[in-house]
Design a protein around this ligand. Structure first.
Ligand SMILES: *[C@@H]1O[C@H](CO)[C@@H](O)[C@H](O)[C@H]1NC(C)=O
Ligand SMILES: *[C@@H]1O[C@H](CO)[C@@H](O)[C@H](O)[C@H]1NC(C)=O
Length: 370
């Protein structure tokens, strides 16, 4: 219990140094720790029999993009202490596997700092600077408030409370509310390698779905018999009604998993994740039907832009967009969103109906985003 751990020392250094210098010092001999420790020099005696508890009532929190979220974290001592101790708090973050680059995945398995705080002093880091604070609504409340949530803020957050001698932590998962949708290339089925899939989702204002997101979508009823890339580099598809050609009729419902595939050489579709959209997706009122070029221009003339597939799915799923008129979308596909299934508006379940990619001279309505 009395060993000094590296993270603890690092925190002390960060707080002692002016902005930007904390990271330069990689190692120290504990001198700084002595400098700012709780003071009386016999903390270990003081601490006999007292235990630090760090807790969170929620192990996962979900929120919408652009909103604020609170990740709960509280600490207390048992037995209760008569005099308050100077406690340090460090929030760090392990990004969800939505970050996809050519760097091997191990590069992303390291936690990075979000914020460290000691007393009333605190510092936030990187992309979190200016967007995070501690809630401090009661003694021991170290809940982290994040403003202006971004698509890439998802992942596992660790609340670490450090008391010089003890160091306890709890983790809270942050998910964005959104919708998973399958996506395939304009060139046809199974044309994306991993990087192509990543780009295709981005082009639709979405990201490659994580395993957890696809699993949740499957729990909510998604059934799709085409394999697609996920953010972790695996290829899977969700089946709720087992049947031949989709893993077999004898197999239980679930995610069919091809495992890790070669990111360059193997080709599949993609599962994208679209978080809630800030703006509105709407069917443009226009006297005549439009070809694709006219559709793009009509949305611009209306003060918006032609909607992307991810925006259409988010509006359908999260805002109840329902319209039985086929319209162009930005990728050159023609679709319409149905939340209340009815006659002449496609199958008996809700969904975004798709005619796929159509020749641009054909005439339809258009869905815009503003
Ligand atoms: C996360 O997204 C924001 C805004 O979209 C961007 O500025 C930032 O660089 C991204 N951070 C990472 C780590 O990709
Ligand atoms: C769409 O119609 C316009 C005329 O309104 C025409 O100039 C344009 O070439 C057409 N685009 C396509 C893709 O057919």
């Amino acid at each position: 219990m009395l060993t000094l751990r590296r993270p603890l020392l690092d925190i002390c250094l960060y707080l002692l140094l002016p902005a930007g210098e904390g990271r330069i010092l990689g190692y120290n001999n504990g001198f700084h720790y002595q400098d700012i420790s709780n003071g009386n020099g016999n903390g270990e005696i003081y601490f006999n029999g007292v235990r630090l508890f760090v807790e969170s009532p929620q192990s996962s929190v979900s929120a919408t993009r652009g909103s604020s979220v609170t990740l709960p974290c509280h600490y207390h001592y048992e037995p209760e202490l008569a005099t308050p101790r100077r406690t340090r708090v460090k929030w760090s973050w392990l990004p969800a596997n939505t970050v996809t680059t050519t760097v091997p995945p191990e590069a992303f398995t390291r936690e990075t700092e979000v914020m460290v705080a000691m007393g009333n002093r605190h510092r936030s880091y990187g992309n979190f600077q200016g967007r995070v604070r501690l809630r401090r609504s009661a003694p021991g409340d170290m809940s982290l408030v994040i403003n202006e949530l971004q698509l890439n803020d998802t992942g596992r957050y660790r609340c670490e409370v450090i008391d010089g001698l003890e160091d306890e932590s709890v983790t809270v998962e942050l998910e964005l509310r959104g919708v998973v949708f399958p996506y395939y290339s304009q060139k046809g089925r199974y044309r994306f390698n991993f990087f192509g899939a990543h780009q295709a989702c981005q082009d639709q204002d979405a990201t490659l779905a994580t395993f957890e997101q696809l699993f949740t979508a499957w729990e909510e009823g998604l059934d799709w018999c085409n394999a697609g890339w996920l953010a972790d580099g695996t290829v899977q598809y969700p089946i709720t009604t087992p049947r031949d050609g989709c893993g077999g009729a004898d197999l239980d419902p679930g995610l069919r998993n091809y495992g890790q595939r070669h990111r360059l050489l193997h080709h599949y579709d993609a599962f994208c994740f679209s978080p809630s959209v800030k703006g509105t997706v709407y069917f443009l009122n226009h006297q005549t039907q439009l070809n694709f070029t006219e559709a793009v221009r009509a949305c611009v003339n209306d003060g918006g832009e032609i909607a992307k597939v991810g925006q259409m799915y988010a509006a359908w799923r999260l805002m109840g967009l329902d319209r039985c008129d086929a319209g162009w979308l930005a990728d050159g596909s023609v679709r319409y969103p149905i939340t209340k299934a009815r006659a002449n508006c496609g199958p008996s379940e809700p969904g975004v109906r798709s005619f796929g990619f159509l020749p641009p001279y054909l005439k339809f309505g258009v869905y815009c985003y503003r």
